[in-house]
Design a protein around this ligand. Structure first.
Ligand SMILES: [Zn+2]
Ligand SMILES: [Zn+2]
Length: 193
């Protein structure tokens, strides 16, 4: 059996375009949509199994990418946005009417400060970078979305479309976060090799 992981995963990944220059995200409201304009492609697009990232109904995973904050602007109905959880490191700005998360922003000192988190499926344009890996995969068990005994199948399905599965972020991104912390703590080591 196959699981409905996410519409952008279930039929195989569609490779993004190198020359793609961005597009517009729209919320799910039938009218007076919140729109957000992105002036470049996303970096580090990935599938995420955590409980905080927005996902479409019936999907098990979210697809979330990052983009420099300066490449994002709210272009319509900004007054409908609210912050889902002001105490979270990522301030997720969602439409109050339909619940769709339009962008997440980090305001605290953090390795990823300066990057906004977005969901490219909210755009009608094609060419967005395809997901590169799947993060926080085991979280889907915690949330009751997948039975533990079905996880081998879920991981197999992700790997089948080319997504390596991790239970945090990818090693490169985890190292980037750790490097930021080491710099802040003054414990950053230089290579002796
Ligand atoms: Zn909406
Ligand atoms: Zn997430």
């Amino acid at each position: 059996m196959s699981f409905k992981l996410h519409p952008l995963i279930d039929n195989g990944l569609k490779k993004g375009s190198e020359s793609f220059s961005g597009g517009t995200l729209s919320c799910h409201c039938p009218s007076e949509k919140v729109t957000v304009s992105l002036s470049s492609n996303v970096l580090h697009n990935h599938a995420c199994g955590c409980s905080k990232c927005w996902k479409p109904s019936s999907a098990i995973f979210s697809i979330v990418g990052v983009i420099p904050t300066s490449n994002l602007s709210i272009t319509a109905n900004a007054s409908k946005l609210h912050i889902v959880d002001a105490s979270a490191p990522i301030q997720r700005h969602a439409c109050k009417s339909c619940g769709v998360h339009m962008f997440g922003r980090i305001e605290i000192e953090h390795a990823f400060k300066g990057l906004d988190f977005v969901h490219v499926e909210l755009s009608g344009e094609e060419g967005w970078q395809e997901p590169q890996f799947a993060a926080f995969v085991s979280s889907v068990v915690e949330q009751g979305l997948v039975a533990p005994e079905d996880m081998e199948g879920v991981r197999g399905q992700l790997k089948g479309v080319g997504l390596e599965t991790y239970d945090a972020l990818s090693p490169g991104l985890m190292d980037a976060i750790a490097t930021f912390v080491a710099k802040k703590n003054g414990t950053l080591r230089t290579s002796k090799l």
